[in-house]
Design a protein around this ligand. Structure first.
Ligand SMILES: [Zn+2]
Length: 477
């Protein structure tokens, strides 16, 4: 009887011990058996659902461009000079208000709409008008300082050739069409690019922008798509000379704010974000949308941050060190796309600075949601219009500088010359067309018009003939 009870007790103890050992071993065995299930999805989910507040940095991140700017170099005169009245009281026939005296020694140098420029007519039957500054009495041509100055070819030929470059024809193709030497075409491109870069700098400043989308596109990607080069070859080439085109656009006005080319590095992200900040009005902090490239976070934090002293945790002890924190009004979200075989399989939104709610609210003002569709559309048109980006780099533009020049030309062409379909405005009164076609219903608008930088669609001839003043002119003049 006693043996029976002892046996039962022992059996129970053994059973309990077995159950305990099984229970302990179970969770330890689990990871080895479950290794095939995808694990990385877990942390991203928790990160997005419970956003941790940004702790701040102990150092302000370094931006090379910021340090260069602090050097003095701005020579904009403070106040414009008095108006010069028209001689003999005779009303002027030719509008010279957009012209300025090009001579640095002249008091009126660089100022427009000061009445100091007189039109003289065409000396010895030249195609270009001669102008005279009444302050310093010197003569100059109306093409002074433009790519058309001193050219012996007909102006139309140069304008068409540059237009063909802006529309996406390569340098060699343009040389064949216009029966010219490719080096001459390259020379024209270089001059046109310098000119359009100056024109962009002149018009794009102190902008008030509510949103900015940033993106980088790779110059060889389309060649891979078209099957012209293999993936392996493309990657090998890219590792040798990576060509990333950096693009910033305001999705509201479709204005291309900045275009640049360089590596996909923090240094380049800093330089690019810096170039975007330069054209914004002081105090303007837009909403930023980018892809998942992590260096944007640092670059935006560098340029939209300030030192904040965190509150003291205890009543006594030393004050905590100040932290470099994003400005409270800075909103920044990333659109992270997961690809499988070049197809988007998942789109994930990540609020980096500011909450997703505030970001969604800002976008809702335009009836939008978080997306980078606008910039992707622009990337496509850049591929179509910039030969070196869209195709294999086989033209004379095989170096970075060549692509940079085509981008500078395209920057102005896109902003000032190309009406954007989504920006067009209905006409109050439909206008009849010259032919027998239907009436004109819409007023075409360019991004520059939508942004209030221009009142009409520019022709490329106008762009190339525009004498860019050396500094921004006050509006009231
Ligand atoms: Zn002068």
């Amino acid at each position: 009887m006693v043996d029976d009870i002892l046996f039962h007790a022992l059996l129970l103890a053994v059973l309990l011990w077995l159950y305990r050992t099984w229970y302990w071993l179970r969770p330890r065995c689990r990871p080895t058996t479950d290794q095939t299930t995808p694990k990385p999805a877990q942390p991203t989910q928790t990160r997005s659902s419970v956003p941790k507040p940004f702790p701040g940095l102990s150092h302000k991140p370094h931006c090379a461009a910021c340090e260069q700017v602090s050097a003095p170099g701005d020579h904009t005169p403070s106040a414009p000079l008095p108006l010069i009245p028209s001689a003999h009281g005779r009303p002027r026939q030719v509008d010279t208000s957009g012209h300025f005296c090009p001579h640095p020694a002249c008091r009126y140098h660089g100022w427009v709409r000061r009445g100091n420029i007189r039109a003289n007519g065409h000396p010895s039957g030249q195609p270009w008008r001669q102008l005279q500054c009444m302050a310093c009495r010197t003569y100059f041509l109306e093409t002074h300082g433009t790519p058309l100055h001193g050219k012996h070819v007909p102006a139309e030929r140069l304008v068409w050739a540059v237009g063909a470059l802006a529309e996406g024809l390569g340098i060699r193709a343009v040389a064949r069409v216009f029966e010219m030497d490719p080096n001459t075409v390259l020379q024209w491109l270089v001059e046109a690019a310098d000119h359009t870069a100056a024109l962009s700098r002149y018009f794009l400043h102190d902008l008030h922008v509510s949103q900015i989308q940033l993106d980088e596109l790779i110059a060889l990607l389309s060649a891979v798509k078209a099957g012209e080069v293999s993936d392996a070859e493309a990657i090998q080439r890219l590792s040798r000379s990576p060509h990333w085109v950096w693009v910033a656009i305001d999705p509201v006005t479709k204005l291309l704010l900045s275009l640049d080319i360089g590596d996909r590095t923090l240094e380049m992200a800093q330089r690019f974000v810096h170039s975007v900040i330069q054209i914004l009005a002081p105090g303007c902090v837009p909403l930023f949308l980018t892809d998942g490239f992590k260096e944007y976070t640092t670059a935006l934090l560098t340029h939209f941050g300030s030192w904040v002293r965190p509150p003291r945790r205890q009543a006594q002890g030393p004050m905590p060190k100040p932290r470099w924190m994003p400005l409270p009004q800075l909103l920044y979200a990333q659109v992270v796309k997961s690809y499988r075989r070049r197809h988007v399989v998942r789109v994930h939104h990540r609020g980096v600075f500011g909450t997703l709610d505030r970001i969604t609210l800002r976008l809702a003002a335009h009836g939008w949601q978080i997306n980078t569709a606008f910039i992707e559309r622009v990337n496509l048109t850049i591929r179509q219009h910039v030969a070196a980006v869209g195709r294999r780099v086989i033209t004379l533009c095989k170096h970075e500088a060549g692509i940079r020049q085509q981008l500078a030309l395209y920057h102005v062409y896109y902003n000032f010359c190309l009406p954007h379909a989504s920006l067009r405005q209905p006409l109050l009164q439909p206008e009849p067309t010259n032919g027998s076609g239907s009436t004109k219903q819409w007023r075409p608008r360019t991004p520059a018009m939508a942004a209030g930088l221009s009142d009409h669609v520019w022709t490329l001839r106008e762009v190339l003939l525009y004498r860019v003043p050396p500094w921004p002119q006050p509006q009231e003049l």
